[in-house]
Design a binder for this molecule. Structure first.
Ligand code: ADP
Length: 260
C-alpha cells in the first residue's frame, strides 16, 4: 500500500501544481487584457484633443486676421479646454508606470507641496465649480519635501479628482499641508460617500474598487490610489485612509522632511 499512497500523493501534488499554474496564467491574462484596454483607450483619447487644438489654431489664425474678437475668444477657450484634457491624459500615462515590475524612477528636487496643491487646485477649479463643489486649502509651516514634481502633481490631482468623483450632495473638500522640522503632512478630506471600513486598506491595491456606492457611475480602473501609494512609498512616505461611510473620507499623507 505504501507505493500506492505515494503515487496518489504524487498525482495530487502534480494536479495542485497544474491548477496553480493555470490560475496564475488566467490572472496574468486578465491583467494584460486590462492593461491593453487601458493603453488602447489612452491612445484613442489622445487623438481627439490634439486634432481639435490643431483645427482650432488654424481657425484662430483666420479669425485673428479678420479681426473677429468674439470667435477668437471662443476658439481660445476651446483650445484651453482641450489642453486641460490633454493634461488629464498625461496623468493617465504616468499611472501606466505601475504596470511595470521595477520601481518608478523619481527625480529628486526640492518641491514645495503648498505650491503643488495651489497649482492642482487652480487647474481643477472649473471642474469643481461645474459640480457645485467647494475646495478649501490651508497651509502652515515649511512644506518643502524632496521629490518628483510631476508625480507629486499627479498624486494631489488623483486625490482631488477622487474627492469629486465620490462626492455626495454639496461637496466640500479640504486640503491641508503642514510642515514641521521632521515631516510634512498633507490631508485631503471630503464629505462624500465614504469607504466602508473593511476596504480602507484595500483601496490602495491595484484594480480594487469598492463594490458599492456610486462607483459604477464614476469611471475608473481602480489604479489611482495604487499609483499614489507607490509614489508615496518611493518618497519614503506613507498614505492611509480614514472614512465614515456616508459621511466622508480623509486621506492622510506623511512625507519625511529631508532627502530621499
Ligand atoms: P478609481 O477611482 O479609478 O476606481 P482609485 O484607485 O483612485 O480608482 O480608487 C479606488 C476605489 O477607492 C474607488 O473605486 C472608490 O471605490 C474608492 N475611493 C477612492 N477615493 C474615494 C473617496 N474620496 N471617497 C470614497 N471612495 C473613494
Amino acid at each position: 500500500t505504501l507505493p500506492l499512497i505515494f503515487s496518489v500523493f504524487l498525482i495530487g501534488i502534480t494536479l495542485a501544481a497544474f491548477l496553480l499554474l493555470f490560475h496564475n496564467l488566467r490572472k496574468q491574462h486578465r491583467l494584460s487584457a486590462i492593461k491593453n484596454e487601458f493603453i488602447s483607450n489612452i491612445s484613442h483619447e489622445l487623438k481627439t484633443p490634439i486634432a481639435t487644438v490643431s483645427v482650432a489654431l488654424e481657425a484662430l489664425r483666420d479669425f485673428h486676421a479678420r479681426k473677429d474678437p468674439l470667435r477668437t475668444q471662443e476658439y481660445l477657450d476651446i483650445s484651453h479646454q482641450e489642453l486641460q484634457r490633454l493634461s488629464l491624459l498625461v496623468d493617465k500615462v504616468l499611472k501606466l508606470s505601475i504596470f511595470e515590475k521595477k520601481a518608478i524612477e523619481l527625480k529628486e528636487e526640492a518641491v514645495e507641496l503648498a505650491m503643488i496643491v495651489e497649482e492642482v487646485a487652480g487647474s481643477m477649479r472649473l471642474q469643481y465649480d461645474k459640480c457645485g463643489a467647494t475646495l478649501h486649502t490651508s497651509f502652515d509651516g515649511d512644506t518643502t519635501v524632496m521629490g518628483d514634481r510631476l508625480h507629486l502633481l499627479s498624486v494631489v490631482f488623483n486625490l482631488l479628482d477622487n474627492a469629486l468623483k465620490y462626492s455626495g450632495q454639496s461637496p466640500e473638500v479640504f486640503v491641508r499641508v503642514s510642515g514641521t522640522s521632521r515631516e510634512v503632512i498633507l490631508t485631503v478630506r471630503d464629505n462624500g460617500i465614504g469607504i466602508p471600513e473593511v476596504y480602507t486598506e484595500k483601496v490602495f491595491e491595484k484594480f480594487f474598487r469598492v463594490p458599492q456606492g456610486n462607483v459604477h457611475q464614476a469611471k475608473g480602473y481602480g489604479l489611482g490610489l495604487s499609483y499614489v501609494a507607490a509614489i508615496m512609498k518611493q518618497h519614503r512616505g506613507s498614505i492611509r485612509a480614514e472614512s465614515i461611510l456616508g459621511k466622508g473620507s480623509n486621506f492622510i499623507l506623511h512625507f519625511p522632511a529631508g532627502r530621499l
